[in-house]
Ligand binder design. Structure first.
Ligand code: MV4
Length: 446
């Protein structure tokens, strides 16, 4: 097992990894930018090094500085968290070349699943349902029009190097497809340095359901059931839950088994999330494989009782998974609300500033993962999430009631937050009936 781990991240996920390491008896090295110097959560690391000025491109994303901190800190492994360098295959490769374990998949598997077209091809080979669409990349108009007529409009043009909602354009007819094609290729080239695109049938008003996976270095792959992340705005998730409401047992089992097949086919190891969309007829389609631990991992931890961060560290240290598939039961219902320092009345404009007063809820089945405290200044340099409120109860209704009670207790004074909107969503009949789709927020709160 590792003696020391560097956590190449900040905020609540850095704190989450510090905590898991402390419990495993592993020392931790933190990194911080000038904007995070002195932040309270860094005190929970054994030591911490400054990697640069506030801007992420000059600090948290500077591979040479992160590696230097790892060398100075004399660590055996690096946990990347999510975002930042978590899905940067080059960073994972640099770690390996410096004899530092990267706590995540191999850089080969990361690069493979990072190519959304290659991942789609692999899904089809692994008999995982993919959205009807092109059989590989599409380069010219003629080909695109032929495929569009085969699958029917509307179609989605997707960038192979995109993902997470980036590099996607909907085309409703031939004319739109012709003009969107060039624009999509140009945008993808500019944004990702890779203008390759592919086509998919646009599944309208889908639900967004993802399956948590863990795979060790001995070829054991298990799923830890699903999370429904449909309540989101502009690809920013607001509420996540498990089990997914309105998903019948057969579909759930088929989706989880498909996720395991795909992870096996990709030779993927450590934690990952296989993302699907579900259409209104209840059919599910593979979309992409996220090669990182996700913000919403606590939802799965609550219903399965498994600490995913500890599991990641153990797998990276070469330990076999301590459980088989039959040992992973999902119990009760868990919901997570992301608490962002944003103003819902001003188009979710980020609201940096100093938290004057913080009152955190508690009680049976309530968890609050956050790095903030009274006096903490929310920086404008980083994303606006200041914490995650998670509840776990025997049933979904009790979880909703518990979340409403906990949101009622949560006080964040000094910055505007998404708490008022979250309360409204949880009170909405469509949410209570589990009948929302990915356009719910934009449609209901235009
Ligand atoms: C789709 C889709 C509908 N049809 N693909 C969004 C980001 C990435 N995770 C994949 N995503 C989607 N891919 C096809 N063929 C719907 C989504 C989608 C979505 C799209 C627009 C607005 C919000 C969305 C939220 C989740 C998924």
């Amino acid at each position: 097992m590792f003696q020391r781990i560097l956590v190449a991240n900040r905020g609540e996920i850095a704190l989450r990894v510090f905590r898991a390491c402390r419990e495993l008896g592993i020392e931790t090295v933190g990194i911080f930018s000038e904007a995070d110097r002195g932040a309270a959560y860094l005190e929970l690391a054994d030591e911490a090094y400054c990697v640069g000025p506030p801007k992420v491109c000059d600090s948290y994303l500077k591979i040479d500085r992160v590696i230097s901190a790892a060398e100075i800190g004399n660590v055996q492994a690096i946990h990347p968290g999510y975002g930042f360098l978590a899905e940067n295959a080059h960073f994972a490769e640099v770690c390996r070349s410096c004899n530092i374990e990267f706590i995540g998949p191999s850089h080969e598997a990361m690069a493979l699943v990072g190519d959304k077209n290659a991942a789609r091809q692999m899904a089809r080979q692994a008999d995982v349902p993919a959205v009807p669409g092109s059989d590989g990349l599409v380069s010219n108009e003629t080909e695109a029009l032929r495929i569009a007529h085969e699958i029917g409009f509307p179609v989605l043009i997707k960038a192979a190097a995109g993902g997470g909602g980036r590099g996607m354009r909907v085309a409703l007819n031939d004319l739109a497809l012709k003009s969107s094609l060039q624009q999509a290729q140009a945008e993808a080239g500019a944004a990702f340095g890779n203008s390759e695109i592919y086509l998919e049938k646009y599944i309208e008003h889908p639900r967004h359901v993802e399956v948590q996976i863990l795979a060790d270095l001995d070829g054991n792959v298990v799923h830890l059931w699903e999370r429904d992340c449909t309540v989101q705005r502009r690809h920013q998730k607001l509420i996540e839950e498990s089990p997914a409401p309105q998903l019948d047992g057969q579909t759930r089992a088929a989706m989880c088994e498909a996720a395991v097949r795909l992870v096996n086919a990709a030779n993927y190891t450590n934690a990952g999330t296989v993302e699907f969309i579900v259409d209104r007829q209840g059919r599910f389609y593979f979309i992409e494989l996220n090669a990182r631990i996700q913000v919403e991992h606590p939802v799965t931890e609550m219903v399965t009782g498994i600490d995913l961060i500890k599991a990641q560290i153990r797998v990276a240290a070469g330990e076999p998974l301590p459980f088989g598939q039959e040992g992973i039961q999902s119990r009760g219902a868990a919901i997570e609300c992301r608490i962002n320092a944003e103003d819902p009345t001003k188009h979710f404009r980020p609201c940096p500033g100093t938290i004057q007063r913080l009152i955190v809820p508690g009680g049976f089945g309530v968890r609050f993962d956050s790095h903030v405290h009274a006096g903490y200044t929310v920086s404008p340099h980083y994303d606006s999430m200041i914490g995650k409120l998670i509840v776990h109860q025997p049933t979904r209704q009790e979880a909703i009631d518990c979340m409403q009670r906990a949101l009622g207790e949560l006080r964040v004074e000094g910055v505007r937050t998404t708490i008022p909107l979250l309360k409204e969503v949880l009170a909405h009949s469509a949410f209570n009936e589990g009948l929302v789709d990915t356009t719910f927020i934009e449609r209901t709160w235009p």
